[in-house]
Design a binder for this molecule. Sequence first.
Ligand SMILES: [Zn+2]
Length: 314
Amino acid sequence: MADSFRVGDALITRIPELRWDDTDPAVLYPDLDAAALRDHGPSLSAGSYNRATGRLAQGTHSWLVRHAGLTILVDTATGNGKSLPAAPKLHDLRTPYLDHLRAVGVAPEQVDLVLISHIHADHVGWNTSWRDGAWVPTFPNARHLYSAIEARYGASNDGLAPAPDLPPAALGPPDHPPLPLVYRDSMQPVIAAGLGQAIVVDGSEVAEGLSFHPTPGHSIDHASIRLRSRGEEAWFMGDVLHHPLQVYRPDLRSGYCEFIAPAERSRRWLLAQAADSGGLCFSTHFAETSAGHVRRRDGGFTWQFAPSIEDAQR
Ligand SMILES: [Zn+2]
């Protein structure tokens, strides 16, 4: 059963792809110290932290947003058949993601907009599907919005078009580059089909109530996407956070963050925005409903999952 939420006039539904419950916290967070789970483990719910095994639960999915007459996907998870041997959990998947989308009444042809927080394998994969020997757009009538800088960096890393000005010096040196082939397999076919729209991530409105806000660090020009509707607010956090533990310990970088110091600054900025606005936060990799609220406590932050509309009916 899907998990749906109302924010103002918007109906927001999680389109699941993967779930797993065996993340080693020391792999996800390379700088993990013993105090992190000792102090904050009791604040984590059993659906996110298995005290018996010491492992963390995570997943991948998209957020379907139906708002102002538009059918919108925020990030497109990993996709089927993508070659990602460096990320075994994501490599060469066969998931019924598109069936989950159809089950809530949306055919791929009906998607109007795809909003991309950043160009990483598990956020752009369903942009394309393998058909007749080529990657072709999965959502043939959708405009795909993404950071122009992310796209130039991706094209450069995949050897398609050099971008000697990237990354900008202000971000510091990258800890590592993004996974190869992601731009080539999941972005270039969409752009070649005329379905791409590169944007400047500057907080301006890209569709009614929707805006991309700079939260660089996890990736070169990572965006957090805000929705405002009827005085209510939602934040699609992308990969600013990977697990609720990081709400309590925003100093912890994930092993997947490319620019470590900016990633922490962005994490603290978004947590403050979310806490002070009271907006509903939609994560990409949290388990359970994957949505919840950030609140301030004792100079830091806490996380509480929000029940979905379906939870209330169960
Ligand atoms: Zn991710």
